[in-house]
Ligand binder design. Structure first.
Ligand SMILES: N[C@@H](CCC(=O)N[C@@H](CS)C(=O)NCC(=O)O)C(=O)O
Length: 218
């Protein structure tokens, strides 16, 4: 059985939960509480496992990995029966392009430690931090939407009519955007794809509000 260390609101862990669900892989959930003031990711015990002190962290037998892109690529190779990347290498590169736009250019600028550093080191106010957060999502989603629009045919998901790797990255980022009140009306394809994904069991089961460590009142 696989073990996934995560946090209900971590979008990097959310990606891995979606991929596990799409591939039909059962896993044991280990909650790591990232709430400022609790910061279980910085505990001696967790750092001994993952020296970077972040989630997700996946254990599959002798394989133990941090970094959601590495985990997702590992799952794709270790459990290829339900593929999240296209067969064709050109299409595969296209999907990786979309995933990287989110994984490399939006998410790292908006993660908890970056936002915390803006506040502690640069005395950024809450409104400045929210503006920072929105800026990188809006900039990234504008490009993402344009890339989707440049494709010859519209599709139900980011690539074709089955959910795959780009959707695995997109849906958690849309969830974050909504959480911070980022307006999404300029992104009709992104929001349509998000809605299509969120009607599927794997995405519903992976949603932050459906995790065992989510607050009950949410
Ligand atoms: N590039 C990493 C990013 C992981 C990451 O930043 N995780 C966040 C939650 S989404 C985290 O654990 N933050 C804790 C912290 O910054 O202290 C990945 O994709 O796995």
């Amino acid at each position: 059985m696989l073990t996934l260390y995560g946090y209900f609101r971590s979008s990097a862990a959310y990606r891995v939960r979606i991929a596990l669900g799409l591939k039909g892989l059962a896993y044991k959930h280990m909650g790591i509480n990232l709430m400022p003031g609790i910061s279980e990711q910085k505990s001696e015990k967790y750092l001994a496992l993952n020296p970077q002190g972040r989630v997700p962290y996946l254990i599959d037998g002798d394989t133990a990995l941090s970094q959601s892109p590495a985990i997702l690529e590992y799952l794709e190779e270790a459990y290829p029966e339900i593929a999240l990347l296209p067969q064709d290498m050109h299409e595969r590169a296209h999907v990786r392009q979309l995933a990287s736009l989110i994984g490399c250019d939006i998410h790292p600028l908006n993660n908890l430690s970056v936002l915390g550093y803006l506040k502690t080191k640069f005395e950024a106010h809450e409104a400045d931090v929210t503006a920072w957060y929105s800026h990188w999502i809006l900039e990234g989603f504008t490009a993402f939407e344009a890339i989707l629009a440049s494709r010859k045919a519209m599709s139900k998901f980011c690539h074709g009519n089955r959910p795959g790797m780009a959707d695995v990255y997109l849906v958690p980022q849309v969830w974050n955007a909504r959480r911070f009140g980022v307006p999404l009306s300029a992104f009709p394809q992104i929001t349509a794809i998000d809605a299509a994904c969120n009607s599927l069991d794997a995405f519903i089961a992976a949603a932050p509000e459906n995790q065992p460590d989510a607050p009950k009142s949410k």
